[in-house]
Write a protein that binds this ligand. Structure first.
Ligand SMILES: [Mn+2]
Length: 324
């Protein structure tokens, strides 16, 4: 049975296209701590808009991860943006305007008009003037693919690679339950359009070095199982530095932790050097809602994959118990 997705109305895609046609200076913003879906959707859309003759700036408050270098090439993600320079803002893969983290750097962003919000997070509060949003679509890159079909825009190999990169990542290489028949059909079309699957796989999955193996080894072997039957692992700055790693190398561990066959869900917390604790939550089960747990800590995301960031440091505690 084909799983029904929440379709975005065709008229919304058309309205977005009308706004774009009238705009000249466009900023496309990806969420903080960008992942391949946030980077791929940004660059694919940017290439299409540039082809239409628009001046486009890609923006993100954080540096893109190294695994995205092959699609970024010589293009730049701006950290600072001056809103007065733009007549249109497009946000990609941002569940809320706060997730851009720009309200601190550009406090007027929430009042900017027009904003086109393209996203698939369940927690999205539809902050845009136009919202191309569906929580049942696997990734923002998949929404961009649909958008380009309706706008009748050609997909060349570099756009196809950027979109397949995001879809590959957000579906956990088509393993997660957000993979629908349509996702697979779109992946096939992108492959036909010349997407460089070998490079995507290399950058996402064949990127282990000695330091990263050792760090993962420590994190995977030091977890605790809580009374709620969840797997929890914590990583301090010292743990990361011990192996000369940076926080980026932790990306993906949470997916392994959550595959524990007795485990309800998995939580990974790690310190960053800005005294912020980042939390990632994953479950393989329908009955748990990670976005609710993350929401209690000011975060959000999807039912099966969510995250949060809170200020603070991690303190290790040893608990002894006498059994008699
Ligand atoms: Mn995404």
């Amino acid at each position: 049975m084909k799983k029904q997705t929440n379709q975005i109305k065709k008229v919304e895609f058309e309205k977005a296209f009308e706004i774009i046609k009238k705009s000249e200076q466009i900023a496309i913003i990806s969420h903080r701590n960008p992942d391949p879906d946030a980077i791929g959707s940004n660059l694919a859309l940017r290439e299409v808009l540039e082809r239409m003759g628009k001046n486009v700036v890609s923006a993100c408050v954080d540096k893109p991860p190294e695994n995205s270098d092959f699609i970024i090439k010589n293009r730049v993600f701006e950290k600072k943006i001056n809103l007065q320079q733009f007549d249109l803002i497009i946000t990609v893969d941002c569940g809320s305007i706060e997730q851009t983290a720009y309200p601190q750097l550009a406090p007027d962003l929430p009042n900017f008009n027009p904003i086109i919000n393209i996203d698939h997070h369940a927690s999205n509060n539809l902050f845009g003037t136009i919202n191309l949003h569906s929580k049942t679509i696997s990734s923002t890159c998949e929404i961009i693919y649909q958008t380009l079909q309706i706008w009748k825009q050609e997909i060349n190999p570099s756009i196809a690679t950027a979109l397949l990169f995001g879809i590959y990542f957000d579906t956990g290489s088509f393993m997660h339950t957000n993979t629908t028949a349509e996702t697979l059909e779109i992946a096939e079309k992108l492959y036909q359009a010349g997407a460089d699957k070998a490079q995507i796989v290399d950058s996402l999955f064949k990127n282990f070095n000695e330091r990263k193996f050792k760090l993962w080894g420590e994190v995977l072997s030091s977890f605790k199982i809580t009374e709620q039957n969840s797997i929890v692992s914590a990583v301090t700055i010292e743990d990361v530095q011990k192996y000369k790693c940076n926080g980026e190398e932790l990306s993906g561990i949470i997916d392994y932790l959550s595959t524990g066959n007795q485990c309800n869900y998995a939580i990974l917390v790690n310190e960053t050097d800005q005294d912020i604790i980042k939390g990632s939550l994953r479950t393989q089960h329908e009955q748990f809602d990670m976005s609710k747990i993350a929401g209690k800590l000011g975060g959000g995301g999807h039912k099966k994959a969510s995250g949060f960031s809170i200020p603070g440091k991690i303190q290790k505690q040893i608990v002894w118990k006498i059994q008699n």
